[in-house]
Design a protein around this ligand. Structure first.
Ligand SMILES: O=C(O)c1ccccc1NCC(=O)[C@H](O)[C@H](O)COP(=O)(O)O
Length: 260
């Protein structure tokens, strides 16, 4: 079993338990449920830098990245840096995140928030809305075309943006549909952890212009962004490069300054 299979197998068990603890009807009563979500796709299309900065305590590929920071301080730092949005990892077992992280970040910020999660059930989309997210991630490697259609249409009905993540042409071809806002190419192979920006470059021509293109993972320099921009990428998801520092917000500020 590769790591992605393990994460997904655990996620099915976790979601089954969560559904018993908090019924969907209770999530729909969250005070955040009727909040109007700002669009990450719009923010990226109108930005010069296009940075989506991630909160990432640890990962299967790197183990511990940063366990000492306060998530609200990280969010405030990123928002002050002028990033377009923030990605909040909510998986506990593999990434050390939680839905509480999302809620804490929502309490101190206005910019678009992506719930970074392994979504395998509509219930997790209700959770995303109830805990203050504006965007959900759908990973083509773990979903059928029908699931992508159902989950993305459900997310749109709640006013959320949808970022669909692919890693190869087969995943891209099965996924293209009008209910997606952004197409993300993950430069990291989630089964082997191999990272290459060539993945974004190769797939870029196959992504229709109707979608905002996002390049994800392994981005650690201005040169990488400059290399990807000519391929039509408007969004750049960066985690470790900021989170490995003592002050991710200051690191993002410096990064964006160099992009201008
Ligand atoms: O980061 C991992 O090791 C990982 C392993 C298995 C599944 C997902 C994984 N990461 C999720 C992400 O997509 C990244 O956190 C995100 O793109 C940021 O990447 P980076 O800038 O390289 O931290």
């Amino acid at each position: 079993m590769n790591i992605l299979d393990k994460i997904v197998a655990d996620k099915f068990k976790e979601v089954a338990l969560r559904k018993q603890l908090i019924p969907a009807s209770q999530l729909e009563q969250s005070v955040l449920f009727d909040r109007k979500s700002p669009s990450l796709a719009t923010a990226l299309s109108t930005s010069n830098s296009g940075i989506i900065a991630e909160h990432k305590r640890r990962s299967p590929s790197k183990q511990v990245i940063n366990h000492t920071l306060n998530v609200q301080d990280v969010a405030t730092g990123y928002e002050n840096a002028g990033v377009c949005g923030m990605s909040v990892l909510t998986d506990g077992k593999y990434f050390g995140g939680s839905l509480d992280d999302l809620l804490l970040v929502r309490a101190v910020s206005k910019f678009p928030l992506l719930r970074k999660e392994f979504i395998i059930d509509e219930y997790q989309i209700l959770e995303a809305k109830a805990y203050g997210a504006d965007v959900i991630l759908l990973i083509a490697a773990v979903l059928t075309r029908e699931e992508i259609k159902n989950f993305s249409e459900f997310a749109k009905s709640l006013g959320l943006d949808v970022l669909l993540e692919v890693h190869n042409l087969e995943e891209l071809e099965k996924s293209i549909m009008p209910s997606l806002d952004m197409l993300g190419v993950n430069n990291r192979n989630l089964k082997t952890f191999e990272v290459s920006l060539e993945t974004s470059k190769t797939l870029s021509t196959k992504i229709p212009d109707d979608f905002v293109k996002v390049s994800e993972s392994g981005i650690s320099s201005i040169d990488a962004i400059k290399e990807l921009q000519p391929y039509g990428y408007k969004g750049f998801l960066i985690g470790e490069n900021f989170m490995k520092t003592d002050n991710p917000g200051a690191s993002a500020t410096e990064f964006i300054k160099q992009l201008k």
